[in-house]
Each structure stands twice: as C-alpha cells, then as structure tokens.
Design a protein around this ligand. Structure first.
Ligand code: LR7
Ligand code: MN
Length: 657
C-alpha cells in the first residue's frame, strides 16, 4: 500500500475546467510539455481518460505550474522550427569555435546542445497504447547511475534534468553521477556546483509542495489489490513520505577507470532497490521508468520471487549528434556477430502479431549496454561486471551472456523510451595503442564462449594474441553460479546466429597456426581476381579516400583528400570483397573505431566490405557491423567506422578509372 495525497478542491476544479496548465499536463508529449495546437484533438480524447493518469503527476504538475516562478521552472516546449534552424545558426567566430571544439572533444554538435539548455519537450515516441498503461503505485525505488568521462557539461546536465522532469520523485532514490576522472578543466567543479543547486532546488520543491498541500481537505490513501491496481481511495491523515529523500550525488574515481569500473563504483555506493544505468548524453522520455520497474517487480512465470532475475532495457531512441533532433527507434532486439560487436536484429517473425504485442516485453539475446535496469541484489549476486575490463567495450555482451547462461532473462520493454546521442566516433581511445574493446571482448570470450572462441579468432586472427590478464575469478564465478554452456545459449536464446561450417573454420585456424603458411606473401604475388581500379569518392563532393601515410605502410589510417589520381587513391576490389589500396594492403575494420590498411589475410571478417556498387552506396563491414564514413565532408577528415544510417557522410561513389 502506498501513502498518497491528492490535490485540494480548488485544484481539482481547475482540472475539471481543463485550463491551460491541465491541457499541458494531458498533452501528447510529456507531462510538463506545453502541447502544440494541433494536439488539441488528441487532448480532448485523452481528457476522457484522465483518470488513468497518476494523481501524483496531476498534483505535482499543477503545483509546479502555480509556483513555477518561485521554482524557476521553464515550460518544456517543442521547437517551432527545426532544431538546426532554431539553435544551430552561426552568428560569429565564437560560435564556430564552440562548434568545432565540441566536435573535436565530444564528437557532437555542442553549440546546439548548449543552446537547447536544461529542458525541452520531446515527441512521445511510444505506441499509442502505452499511454493507457497502468502501472502499480507500489514499485521499487531506483538508483540511477550515470558515469561520465569528459562529458559535455550542458549535455550531461540535460540528461539529469530530463530525469528530474520526467520521473515521479517517489520512484527515485538517488541519481549518482560518477566522474571517471575527467580531465577537462573545471568540469568537475561545474558539475559539483550544479548538483548542489539541484539538490537544494529539489528540497525546496519538496517543502513547497508539502506546505501547500496541507490546506487541501483530502488526504488520500490508495488501496491496492494483489496486482497493485488501485481499487479505492481512502482518507488518511498520514503525511507525505513520498517526496522525501531524493538525492543527487556526485562521486569521483581516484584515477581513470573506464566505464566498467566506474559503474561498479557507482553500484557499490548505491542504496536503491533497483539500479538504472544510463549514459551521460541521454534524455528520458515520458513515463520511461514505471514500465521498467513494473517488469522487474513481477515474478517469473507467475511465481513470486524476492527479486526477479532480469535486466530490462528501454527502447533507445536516436538523438542526432549533429542536430540533436529526437527520433523514434523501431522495435529491434540485440544480437552480435563473430567480431563480438553488438548489432541490432529484426524481431523474429510473428513477434508483433497483435496490437498488444507492441506493449509486451521482448526477449533479447544481448543488450547495447548503456541503458538498463536491474535489481541491485541480482546485479550483485550474478557477479556485477568484470573488474578486469578497461575503458570501454565488451561488458555489454559479457553481462548479456552471463544473465542468460546463469538462469536470468534479458528483455526489451517497448513502452519505455530513452533517447541517446549516437555519435560517429568515440572521442576517446582514438589513436591509442591498446584496443580495449578487443581485450575486454577476449576476456569475455575466454570465460563464457567455450570452443566458440575459435569462431572469434577465425573472424579476427589478431584476437588470438591479445593480452587479457587473469580471468580465474570470472571462471570461478561461472562455476559457482552453475551456468549453462555457450552452446545452450546459442541453441535456445540466439538460434538466428549463423555458426557456419565448422570444418572450414578449423582448416582456417590450422592454417593460421602453421608457421609456413603464415609467412607474409606480397599481395601481388598471389593469384587473385580483382576488378579494374577505381577511386572512392564521398557522394556530392570532390573528396576521395586516400591513405594517411605511405601506401605500403601497414596500419596507416585513411583520410579524405581532393580527388586526384595519385596512387594512394587507387583501389581494387577482389572476388573476396576485399578493398585493396594500390594492390598492396587491404582495407581493414579491425579496430572498430577507424579503418586502417593492413596485410591482406584472406580470412574475410574485418577485411570484407559490402556495397551496392551504385552511386552513393554505403560501404559495410559485416564483422564490425559498421559502415565507412566521416564526421564531416572536409579535407584531411579521418575515415571512421560509423553507424550505418542514411547520412550523406557515409555514402560513396565508385569512380572507375
Ligand atoms: O573511460 C570511460 N569512462 C566513462 O565513464 C569511457 C566512457 N565513460 C562513460 C561515457 O561518458 C558514457 O557516459 O561511459 C558511457 C558510455 O560511453 P560512450 O557513450 O562513449 O559509449 P557508446 O554509447 O558508444 O557505447 C555503448 O557501448 C559501450 C560498451 O562499453 C557501453 O555499454 C555504452 O554504455 C553503450 N551505450 C549504449 O548502449 C547506448 C546505445 C548505443 C548503442 C547501440
Ligand atoms: Mn553513449
């Protein structure tokens, strides 16, 4: 049972009169949005369903409205024009400086992000039926954990504000920000100051809501049935326990730990029932949290359990890194390939037959990693994260495999939506010697993937030799949890993954281990079928791909340059879908951040590139699950592996000689 108080009479009348503030609260978008005119129709309909709304929201929104000046709240309006037109305009050299510096440091448009500020409206991207969903009043309390390393200040703060703006305070125990030893000057102090201000604001708001409610004549206590549906409202004189106790906390690691150990640090210092991990450049959408908490608080197959052995993820909507536009993502689930890269898969056929299927949890073989909720106790009991993983990458597949193999469930919750800034490159680890993702992934593979680790090595031969450190603790963990085999996982959770012909795989591995066959042979000494030469030109530009260093320099990166027919712009394609520069070295996605040219190993994988051969085609690498692209169409711009979307910066023309 949950103690709860309702608005006083005057406020109830205002609800009935459907005045402006209520229109806002019933709007298509999130509750504090000021709706657009054309939502009026929808709001009318919605108004009839106003009983479905949480009374907490109603009261809070109205009080916010009433005291908005004192609380310093702003309206969350959707933009009138496109974000680019409204916020992206360049007025002077200073604007250019902010934007360019931002792209370098953060790989997104900080000028726009900064101008948007702390609050904004977002389109409600959920299926319509989600708006009618009821969630139990009694739910576990969440500790939201956000780790950040050198995050853009305004973007980080908007992440926090979006949570405060769109989450019932009673569901939040704390928001923990973990500064992973950021080295941007002043960032930590700025965040600290902002957190202190937020905390006093939250407290002030709590007090204000409290005092202004005392005069209301009705103090309401909900009575729930077993399924937590509200049956009746009962009068009580109990005072509010609901609003108390939300804290926003800032922790800092004592050295750069990387996101995995930073999350462990946050989790170990949290007190809420449920951990909710989020990236530091996100915006949560309306009612994002209740569906996650509701699912976690349910038993398994109708059986009540102390904590449900689940991790649940929201649908990750897209915040465009260049414009900050927020768009809906389709319902897809998580998979992976033998390069151990996470990828999105279509749902198995027949998953979405009826309208209600768009609301139901969807089982997912893996998760993207950044955004999920899990009972704290369950997280601890199944072995948290692998503390031997550094900086970035690999932990998402590790926790996904571990959850499934050790008796848990991983699900996508369609009615929960959180936007994430998808950028084209990661602004750190760039050009570093260590490939942390590969090291972390191999730690994972050697603990969890049994013999299938050979498939990984077949896909990327250099994976065989990366140093992974001591994994005995993790092997012991797997044993102590009596987890199932990786084959069980593949058969039962991810049968869609192609495991290929094993005899061919074995041959390739044998060849790799044979020192004679493994000797370097110059490319042109082999019998190869290759196409006529061509240049690879960025669509609608006169910029072509060329090697950054000498054409025969193994490991050289690639850059855009004016299209001139120098040798280091001349490519050949083989019958194995390799792209070979000057018939010497193969285009290789081995680092998963930026492509290089490397020794042609003829094993496909990171050296296999697919394209349509038409003008403006994407160039796709299956092993990386990424496409060839650039951040911007400029000379000297480095080539990157980017998310395959329809942006003009990853469309290429093949210019035959
Ligand atoms: O050294 C670091 N210390 C950190 O605290 C490096 C990073 N971080 C923080 C960083 O500030 C950010 O908040 O960790 C978070 C994740 O880093 P990103 O945003 O650079 O990662 P990403 O969004 O490119 O990558 C995805 O995969 C990662 C693998 O390690 C993590 O699991 C990320 O959380 C994850 N993000 C998502 O799942 C969001 C959806 C993206 C997709 C698909
Ligand atoms: Mn991210």
């Amino acid at each position: 049972r949950f103690h709860y108080r309702l608005v006083n009479k005057e406020e109830k009348d205002r609800i009935k009169n459907n005045d402006k503030s209520i229109a806002a609260l019933e709007g298509k978008n999130l509750l504090y949005d000021s709706p657009k005119e054309n939502n009026a129709n929808y709001m009318d309909k919605k108004w009839k369903n106003h009983k479905e709304m949480s009374n907490y929201y109603k009261r809070k929104v109205m009080l916010r409205d009433k005291f908005s000046k004192q609380l310093g709240k702003k309206d969350l309006a959707l933009p009138d024009k496109s974000l680019e037109n409204q916020f992206g305009l360049i007025h002077n050299a200073e604007d250019v400086h902010i934007r360019e510096k931002g792209y370098n440091l953060h790989a997104f448009n900080t000028l726009i992000s900064q101008r948007i500020g702390n609050h904004r409206g977002l389109p409600d991207t959920r299926n319509k039926l989600c708006r009618l969903q009821k969630y139990p009043l009694k739910l576990p309390k969440a500790s939201v954990i956000i780790c950040f390393y050198n995050e853009h200040f305004e973007t980080l703060m908007r992440s926090v504000h979006s949570i405060l703006d769109r989450t019932e305070q009673r569901l939040l125990k704390e928001i923990i920000l973990v500064d992973d030893y950021s080295d941007i000057e002043g960032l930590h102090d700025d965040v600290k100051k902002a957190v202190n201000e937020l905390n006093s604001k939250v407290k002030k708001e709590e007090e204000m809501l409290e005092t202004n409610n005392i005069d209301g004549e009705s103090m309401i206590d909900y009575i729930n049935d077993d399924n937590n549906n509200v049956l009746d409202l009962k009068k009580t004189t109990d005072s509010n326990k609901i609003l108390k106790g939300l804290n926003i906390r800032l922790l800092k690691t004592s050295k750069r730990e990387g996101l995995i150990r930073a999350r462990l640090y946050g989790a170990d210092n949290s007190v809420g029932d449920v951990l909710v991990f989020l990236d530091s450049h996100i915006e949560v959408n309306v009612d994002w949290l209740p569906p996650l908490l509701t699912r976690l608080s349910e038993g398994v197959d109708g059986v009540k359990v102390r904590y449900s052995p689940r991790a649940v993820t929201p649908v990750i909507d897209v915040i465009n890194a260049d414009t900050f536009e927020y768009t809906s993502s389709p319902l897809v689930r998580g998979g992976f390939n033998w390069g151990l890269h996470f990828k999105w898969d279509n749902l198995p056929k027949g998953t979405l037959k009826n309208e209600e299927d768009f609301l139901k949890p969807i089982r997912s073989p893996t998760m993207a990693g950044g955004l999920f909720a899990i009972y704290r106790e369950y997280f601890n009991n199944i072995g948290k994260y692998d503390p031997g993983m550094n900086i970035w990458g690999g932990e998402n597949l590790e926790i996904s495999f571990r959850i499934w193999m050790c008796g848990g469930i991983l699900e996508l919750i369609p009615c929960s939506r959180v936007g994430h800034v998808f950028r084209k490159r990661r602004p750190y680890g760039f050009g570093e010697k260590e490939d942390y993702m590969l090291q972390n992934s191999m730690r994972m593979a050697r603990v969890w993937m049994d013999d299938y680790v050979n498939k990984v090595i077949e896909n990327n031969p250099s994976a065989a030799h990366v140093s992974i450190g001591d994994i005995s603790d993790r092997i012991a963990l797997r044993k102590s949890l009596s987890c199932k085999s990786f084959k069980w996982y593949l058969d039962n959770v991810y049968p869609e993954l192609e495991t290929g012909d094993n005899t061919a795989a074995k041959k390739k591995i044998a060849a790799l281990n044979d020192p004679e066959k493994n000797k370097f042979q110059p490319w042109h000494s082999r019998k190869r079928n290759y196409t006529d030469s061509f240049q690879i030109r960025l669509k609608n530009t006169s910029l072509c791909i060329q090697s950054a260093k000498d054409i025969k320099k193994k490991g050289s990166g690639l850059v855009l340059a004016n299209c001139i027919r120098t040798l280091n712009q001349i490519w050949f394609e083989t019958d194995r879908n390799e792209l070979v520069l000057g018939r010497y070295l193969c285009l290789d996605a081995v680092s998963n951040v930026s492509p290089i040219i490397g020794k042609c190993h003829e094993l496909g994988g990171t050296q296999e590139w697919k394209h349509k051969g038409t003008a403006g085609s994407p160039i796709y690498n299956t092993a990386a699950g990424m496409c060839l692209g650039v951040e911007r169409a400029l000379r000297s711009e480095p080539l990157l592996l980017v998310i395959c979307d329809s942006q003009p910066t990853n469309q290429w023309d093949f210019v035959r000689s």
